[in-house]
Design a protein around this ligand. Sequence first.
Ligand SMILES: Cc1cc2nc3c(=O)[nH]c(=O)nc-3n(C[C@H](O)[C@H](O)[C@H](O)COP(=O)(O)O)c2cc1C
Length: 208
Amino acid sequence: MFHEIGKDSTGHYSTLNAIVVPRPIGWISTLSEEGVPNLAPYSFFNAVAYNPPQVMFAATSSHSSGGLKDAVLDAQTTGEFVVNLATWDLRERMNASSVPAPRDVDEFEYAGLTKADSRLVRCPRVAESPVHLECRYTRSVEMLTNDPDDPNTVVFGEVIGVHIDERVLTDGRIDFLKLRPVGRLGYLDFVEVGSHFSMPRPTWGEGS
Ligand SMILES: Cc1cc2nc3c(=O)[nH]c(=O)nc-3n(C[C@H](O)[C@H](O)[C@H](O)COP(=O)(O)O)c2cc1C
């Protein structure tokens, strides 16, 4: 099978989503300029630098009422966002928070989640999530789009604070089987981290 991606590539959405897998889910909370809390999952999400630590998430298409999605608009206007870790126990509520709600809807309330104050930013954290990254917005990049009404925007932020619940640690290290993060596959499918393995990094030297 071979696809040539033409100008109208919307039909390839599900194929691309099923190929670039598994994708971590950045569960992004923000506060609008008007003070409305906002929460939504973004699987176009990753860590992109260590020093200083930086993350990105990307919004495709527009808000249901037009314009940028809330997470993007809020990050740009307030300069802050929080990444909450989506876990197995929270999968249904994470999914519920993706509802295309009007801008004045608090998705924490809609999804039945509790807000916890952040330390360094004003946007709330998902109290039920075991890990949070408090982020300072640094920049966004407008990517190519085939429809100006459907912008593709990458948002970058510097991680300025990290919360980790002690219950997901074993000997001071994050224990993935306690954490049970969920990630995105294609179609309507997700993955849960239920096993993992280690490999030493190769070194260049004797015997190479
Ligand atoms: C697991 C999951 C991952 C998602 N990933 C993205 C994504 O990477 N980019 C995007 O624009 N929308 C994504 N969505 C859809 C958004 O969550 C949805 O459009 C949401 O309403 C945006 O909310 P906001 O306007 O409050 O930011 C995803 C939905 C789910 C359930």
